[in-house]
Design a protein around this ligand. Sequence first.
Ligand SMILES: NC(=O)c1ccc[n+]([C@@H]2O[C@H](COP(=O)([O-])OP(=O)(O)OC[C@H]3O[C@@H](n4cnc5c(N)ncnc54)[C@H](O)[C@@H]3O)[C@@H](O)[C@H]2O)c1
Length: 440
Amino acid sequence: MNDEQNVSRRDLLRGGGMAAALSLTLPPSVARAMLAAQDPKAAAEEAAKAARNATPVRLAWIGSGVQGQNDMKQLVKLPGVEIVAIADIYEPHIEAARKIAGPNCEVFRDYRKLLERKDIQAVGIATPLYLHAPIAIDAMNARKAVYCEKMMAYTVDQAKDMVRTAERTGALLQVGHQRRYSPDYHHALDLVKKGYFGELTHVRAQWNRNGSWRRAVPGNDPKLERLLNWRLYRSYSRGLMAELGSHQIDVTNWFTGLHPTAVVGIGGIDHYKDGREVFDNVQVVFEYPGGLKLCYQSIQTNAYDDFSEQFMGTKGTLIVSEASGRSMMFRESSAEDFEFAKFSQNKQKVGRRTGILLDAGATTRQDKRERTAGTALANSGVSKNNWALALEDWVDCVRTGRKPFCDGRIGLADTVCVIAANEAMERGSRVRLTDEMFKV
Ligand SMILES: NC(=O)c1ccc[n+]([C@@H]2O[C@H](COP(=O)([O-])OP(=O)(O)OC[C@H]3O[C@@H](n4cnc5c(N)ncnc54)[C@H](O)[C@@H]3O)[C@@H](O)[C@H]2O)c1
């Protein structure tokens, strides 16, 4: 059981132990950057970090497709960071990655050769899902720090092996759930923990898109089909639940400090009958201890509502919607007004209800008793995207030896949930998730 799960759900939702939980739950390098403007101690820590930035870090990246390139673009902006090698097997992606990393970057077709380079301290992995675990385990055994894109692993056993390898070798293992490094999500979590929404009973989340996921294959070369369209085939991919749902299940696990105990669901290949093997629409319900339900859907035929998570409590509702840039809070008519409502300039009518825009800056005066992480975040002027914040914290962990905020055990819990959801849909039955499944 991790630190988050040690705090009971009731404690969390009543706001018990909030201040302590806050300092535990904010990624240190993100927190320092945010607090520095207001707090001399944090400012000193931020200055120390700036000094550390002078220490060069030699990184490599394995899997330089769409996300690998996105991650590398964030990394090359960081002071002292050099991407000295990449490994990939598809020439167009190698060429694109070289442009990002620079001409001195060595290219490998076999990642194991890359891992033999002793000067490489850390390795990022953004290959298709089925390769995450073997590559991460080889990298950790070669004493490299690892950043592994989500979902952490293709199987639960592989995820457990990754955690065991990290713990045995002492290698750093961070998993790419970048929302855990997001100022918006930290602000939202503050408000949930303070109890403004009462006891959370339901979470609704969705990631809706209108598109097939299918990539054009140059020259219709059949040898490239599975390399480029790996997401559509079951030997490489866990489909929508892994590619999109894993982020939002992780947010629910994080916000509740729990993991689910059961899941039911229905999925289908109902629209894109193009030879794919993974569902093109999924609808699942997870049950958490105490009865909280997470109702999740991801569809590929209609993009309305995009992606967001809606936390519904006995006193109000919080919708975190980074896609729309308009996260909102609504009070239940039977509940007292939000403590900070009188200060808020950002009210909007949605249907019959008036909501408050979730804006850490506008709610600075929400609570005189303690500054929230969110207000600090908002006042810091930090405008980096979540991937940049996650990777910056990873590099700082490489420099300091500090444990990552989003570690292998978090990635494992998410993997267990995704695989159980797929099993529930495939079998058409309720799948139980026991505590044992989450243990290493
Ligand atoms: N954190 C996020 O928000 C986010 C967003 C998108 C994707 N992802 C994750 O990133 C990963 C990659 O997704 P993508 O969209 O970039 O896929 P992609 O197909 O664009 O890239 C994968 C790359 O891995 C390479 N590859 C395949 N086999 C390899 C091997 N044996 N050795 C080295 N390289 C190999 C491919 O040639 C390709 O360049 C997935 O796990 C995905 O879930 C995360």
